[in-house]
Design a binder for this molecule. Sequence first.
Ligand SMILES: *[C@@H]1O[C@H](CO)[C@@H](O)[C@H](O)[C@H]1NC(C)=O
Ligand SMILES: *[C@@H]1O[C@H](CO)[C@@H](O)[C@H](O)[C@H]1NC(C)=O
Ligand SMILES: *[C@@H]1O[C@H](CO)[C@@H](O)[C@H](O)[C@H]1NC(C)=O
Ligand SMILES: *[C@@H]1O[C@H](CO)[C@@H](O)[C@H](O)[C@H]1NC(C)=O
Ligand SMILES: *[C@@H]1O[C@H](CO)[C@@H](O)[C@H](O)[C@H]1NC(C)=O
Length: 277
Amino acid sequence: MINNYFWIGISLFLAGILLLVYSLQIPKDVTSIDWNQFGVITAVKDQYPTRCPNVSWAFASVASIEGLMGIKEISRLSSINHQHLLQKPKAEYLKILEKYSQNYSQDNLSEQQILDCTPKEDNCFGGKMNDAYQFALDYGIVDYSLIYYVAQKQICPIDNKQQSVFNITGYSVQSGCESLKKLIFQQPVAVKINYSNLEDFISFDIDKDIISTNYCSQKQSQEVKYQYVLVTAYDGKTFTIKNSEGVNWGYQGYAKIDATTDNTCNICEEIYYPSQN
Ligand SMILES: *[C@@H]1O[C@H](CO)[C@@H](O)[C@H](O)[C@H]1NC(C)=O
Ligand SMILES: *[C@@H]1O[C@H](CO)[C@@H](O)[C@H](O)[C@H]1NC(C)=O
Ligand SMILES: *[C@@H]1O[C@H](CO)[C@@H](O)[C@H](O)[C@H]1NC(C)=O
Ligand SMILES: *[C@@H]1O[C@H](CO)[C@@H](O)[C@H](O)[C@H]1NC(C)=O
Ligand SMILES: *[C@@H]1O[C@H](CO)[C@@H](O)[C@H](O)[C@H]1NC(C)=O
């Protein structure tokens, strides 16, 4: 009897060791991504809210196109196309992004061109994400330095096509927090959020301060601010957003927004992203 228990004990012990060795070899499931680590996010820009209070649609759409442009270039450098990259296990996918992003130098694209060339006359006071993407689809988009931002609508230059540095071939809108958590691994996406107390967002501490429901605007009122921002990162608990109100907003232009509560400030309601075949 004692002998039997002894051998059962030994076997269980050995099985335990085997299991441990085996499980150490399985890569941990990746639950976070930060596109800033791969150099596809440009420096924080300033829409000059005093002159253009409601032009974040142009900044967020362009930021998402800058992101896609970077990813396409990284995938070209790696000789693995974006779709194939996405099918790889996440840990391997991130490794490839990290490796080849070292040789990618990011490009700034022009919000002013979007502002000038989309149909609405008072664009600084509101515009449509879809108009921005449709323009980039029809004409491509030029470098920031060619048509730099002046915070007022100007005449659309005619000669856009030849000078465009990046063309998209499509764009999509989705909703739902599961979609957002999935899409953020594919590319930085633009979202619409609502918030109220603007002064709350000055001098944010990125490690401590998180935008939670009480920062969102609870009712339809004149103080409601809708802002399109870029989601640049997800860490399982928070989304990081990049705003376009300069580096004094939030933490150097960024803030974290609670992802443990569903749809904080309606962040999962309108998710926009461009694509290129
Ligand atoms: C992009 O433009 C902004 C100006 O808003 C500038 O601060 C930044 O350095 C530029 N980045 C690149 C890579 O050109
Ligand atoms: C990056 O560029 C350098 C210099 O051109 C080259 O030696 C290196 O192999 C490249 N790295 C990758 C990951 O492509
Ligand atoms: C900003 O523009 C959007 C879209 O055009 C509009 O729904 C919203 O009411 C505007 N917000 C402000 C504060 O003007
Ligand atoms: C974008 O497409 C236009 C034609 O529609 C073309 O003239 C231009 O060279 C393209 N730009 C790039 C960067 O591929
Ligand atoms: C803002 O988002 C919150 C969700 O966190 C939602 O409850 C609230 O109704 C939204 N406010 C407006 C004005 O849409």
